[in-house]
Design a binder for this molecule. Sequence first.
Ligand code: CS2
Length: 509
Amino acid sequence: MSAAESLGPALLGRLPSEVRKPAYDRSALRPGIAHIGVGAFHRCHQAEYTDDLLAKDFDRWGLVGINIRPPLLGQTLGRQGGLYTRLIRQNDEVEARVIGAIVRVVDSQESAAPALEVLSSPEIEMVTMTVTEKGYCHIPSSGALDLGHPDIVHDLAIPQAPRSVPGVLARALELRMASHGRPVTLLSCDNIPANGIILGNVVRAIAERRGSGLTDWIEANVAFPSAMVDRIAPATTGADIDTVEERFGYRDSGVVVGERFRQWVIENRFAGRAPRWDRVGAIFVDDVTPFELLKMRVLNGAQTTLAHLGVLGGFEHTSDAMADPVLAAFVRRMLSEETLPTLMPVPGISPPAYVEQSLARLTNTAIRHRNHQIATDGSQKIVQRLLNPIRDRLAKGESIALLSVPVAGWMAYLVKASARFGRAWRVCDPFAERIAAIADRVGSDSQALADAILAIDAIFDPALAASGAFRAHVIAGLEGLLSNDPMGFVGQACVVPTDARLKQPARSA
Ligand code: CS2
């Protein structure tokens, strides 16, 4: 049993001097922002920016954290009065800071009522969210609300007791409209393309089915800006919690660990007042698109590539995969040759330098980002990270030999989790069962596997699935990655000129 004291308001004054503390009077803090999905990423990103802002320009911008999915917050952050330690780790460096921006936490997993109470209260003017890609209940290939999603079916039938994020938000807006009527900004901080537009789509799709004038009220009173968010902050481990205790002498069950790099670009379109995060490093812009494409295609594209290929090659973390010369060379070549030409000019950023900076970030050995964690929900990630750049290149008649490899990597990762392939590992993906069923049915025939998986139109839009070049590369990729030497295949993909590979037979005999 640990004898160390737990973090909480009473301990703040007695923390070691090297631990940075909130530089404002927490007792004067009033809630103005609600955040849904208080995981490691939020605590390492938006909450830190907010903490910076409170220290610089104190205002009524305290955060109320809401979780409508596990983990429970009351047991961790709640017990610590909202305080937690944010560690920055860069290889051997460790820098600790206690973040004080979260004033209250609300668990709303049994029922939506506690979340609705916060979200509909007049003091909340900004709602941010990190609810993961699948939290939006949209169809990845189209961005539209998935009306067949069980939680959406439920929320349309019983709107007063919603379960889904779009259902909770639509109900909260309805309550705002019916009570004080104050405007609010709903700011998505997830890695989905045009995240503000998708959030607006799914909330409006529910509102339209409610009638009651809600759609018009939303049009006049709610903003859905898009945003690009960035900082690598993996799920916290027991070792992270122990590190804080060993180095700084206190126990903190809310610890989060992130890299030094951080970025936040927000579309300058708010309903009512917004926190001036632009005074502490965020950038407000008219159009987030170039930043979003850059980040999701380069950094996230590299992460997804290293995650799936990394698991297939037997590597545990991103940094382990990056330490492998074959994988590192492959990902650099893929980004430089195929991804970079699909990007728009980005104000103030040189894309080739950004590629190098991103690759360098992924070598940080102190960030223990598990490949299986990044591979989680791959079906919700590959559209924006890999398939959209592939579509852009195909439209211009350009080669997609390299970008197709991680798409096949995603397929192979799910195929190998099936019973027929010996359940190589456990996976978490909304399409896992469907792909396992395909693998169990067709076995190791790469062509049949590719055809059946490419037919899933919620992921692969039919025009893309019909591309002969794409299909040929995916089949060849599956063949190579499901073989006994997947890394040999990746190595070959890296050295063979891309146009020569197109002429190779798609399958071995
Ligand atoms: C990761 C992201 O798990 C994942 O999907 O790719 O969480 C990634 O670390 C962040 O987007 C970095 O900003």
